[in-house]
Write a protein that binds this ligand. Sequence first.
Ligand code: CA
Length: 260
Amino acid sequence: MLRVSAWGTSDRGLARTHNEDCFEIDVEQRLYLVADGMGGHRHGEVASRLAVDTIRGFLGRVAGGDATMPSLPEPRLGRQANLLKMALRLAHDEVMRAIRADPRLAGMGTTVVALSLDGSTASVAHVGDSRAYRVRGGALQLLTQDHTWVNEQVTAGFLSHDQARIHPLKNVVTRALGGESRLEVDVLEVEVEPGDLYLLCSDGLTTMLSDDEIERYARDDGSPQQISRALVEAANRRGGLDNVTVVALRTEGEEPQPNP
Ligand code: CA
């Protein structure tokens, strides 16, 4: 089994009064999560924590044999990717349920990006504008497509990536857990190699730093702890206009097998 080292750093930033991001690293389940909550009166914190806890809890119950997959899986995806997708849908249902139970929570929602490692396959699922990147051979690659209005404009050729990053409407997400419409979750599976570095981050990082700048920090030989901290500090030096969260994980070759 591939060895994995991981570290998460989350910071309020310099402009916000509280931190509505949250992250989770579940070493046993090899599950890594970042969520970026939204909603007034600190309700974003409620939404992001509820989503992360629901995803982790569901996958933990399945692993423990206490839950099964409640709907037919997508045949193009493996079991773990299907489970992860289902977990994000359940998290959406939980956020909606919380809003119905307490109308003061109306309007709360959250993004989420999740990576689940099963053998040498990483399943990556996301909703909203929290991102997953992979750094391999020193090159940064974005694995997710933001569910945002500006990204739709980039895809259509109306905005460049750099224009999108500083656009006044850059924060408008078109999908979120807790949003009104039926939830579409994007999932992909990637084969992991020893030496890969994966970054999960909230938009507080990616609106402050360009991909080239993120790559410069991430291709260092530093530990996941050093890299996640350096990225968060860099976002704050740039202005820290938003909460910023980075989970970094590196795969490090096979774990030694015990002698028979
Ligand atoms: Ca944010």
